[in-house]
Design a protein around this ligand. Sequence first.
Ligand code: CS2
Length: 495
Amino acid sequence: MTEPHRLSRRTLSGLKPEIGRPGFDPARLATGVVHLGIGAFARAHLAAYTAPLLAAEPAWGILGVSLRRADTRDALAPQDWLYACATRDGAGEAIEIMGTLTGILVVPEAPAAVLHRLADPATRIVTLTVTEKGYCRNTASDALDEDDPAVRHDLAHPMAPTTVPGLLAAALAARRTAGVAPFAVLSCDNLAANGAVTRRVVSRLAALRDPDLGRFVAGEVAFPSCMVDRIVPATTPADRARIDAALGVADAWPVLCEPFRQWVIEDRFPLGRPAWEETGAELVADVRPYEDMKLRLLNASHSAIAYLGQLAGWPTVAAAVAEPALRAYIATLMAESATTLRLPAGVDLASYRHALLERFANPALHHRTAQIAMDGSQKLPQRLFAPALDRLRAGQRAPAIALAVAAWLRFLRGVAEDGVALALDDPQARRLRDAARAAGDDRALRDAVFALPDIVPPALAAAPFADDVLAALVELATHGVRRVLARRRDGTAVP
Ligand code: CS2
């Protein structure tokens, strides 16, 4: 029985007319997609591209899976898996009720049920937003981290896996035994060549279980790559209160996002797919140029803004880019990274960069720098280290990238410029914090972190990049973020 003041199928028809609602009966959906990592991003991105197709194709409903916590399931179960998606910018907010989910399962509670649904022949695609760390990869080699205790657990208990590679290997093994064709695995995380990385970690874990299974996964399973883009900040209590007031009923966990969205997908789905091209996705043969452009311009800028913002006391991306000197620096950073890109056909770089700055300035999103600063060890390789390496190979320095990396190093010390403590939320937190704590001065800080070859590529730990990072660290210590950015804009800084 659902509550009268809670969003649910029963209260859906009583919502105000300006609230968008599903153009289909959510009760009639069947599961065709299983989504691992059913967080805010997938609920605002995958769901938005899929919802308009479900009236014609109700077999493509999405079963959500949470890998660790039960909170999303607990929030959405009493509301028949419905939730509000609020699209916001300076002009206002549009709210749509999303009804694409057929349920949510939580792995630690019910690993067998998750495996059962993954093995079900009706499941034709498994999509993933499990964050960079969910791939259990060594970020330097992009191979499975075989020393990861969770990976070791999954190898010892193949029928009760806890990791993404472990779950997928177990499900693909079950399908193979039952003679059911493999589903396609679509990674929607911010990794370069995300399909290839997923194939590598899943097939390696499968091979460690059984070499034959490893060959099957590597050779017979489709792992298309894709580039996803939509800024989806974490929902705050204030968002919840505002959206509840607009709905007139309570939604325990709405999501909010910017109007912009993009999805570029490699078209390799042996068992079929929803007609995502009808809802704006671009289906292409080679996603890599789109992925690199987005990671090295949007996400690289985000990480730079996050660490500079954490040090300088800018709580949100919009607050940071309201500073002219920061905006100028981000334009320089993008120009520096852009030299490493093979641009997708038809993309105008100047308009793309301009649009990014406009999106960052969205005053209604309150996208927190602390949120983006999380998991730097997992994000920096594809956002900052890869373009720096490419520039080095081309005989070019990378002073703007070096400043972003220096800001990250300073952030690892855990103290903002005004003395406020900064939280370090990163799977490598212990090693990074130990390295930062032991380091007396800036040179020691750089050397300690750059001596971790699985985190920072050794080629960057040498001159000239390491010199530029040290120069930036010293500059930050001497002048502080605001003055460093102003000096760089005026051309008075050394690099
Ligand atoms: C952000 C991304 O949190 C982060 O690291 O850079 O989540 C970013 O908002 C999305 O990739 C935008 O598509």
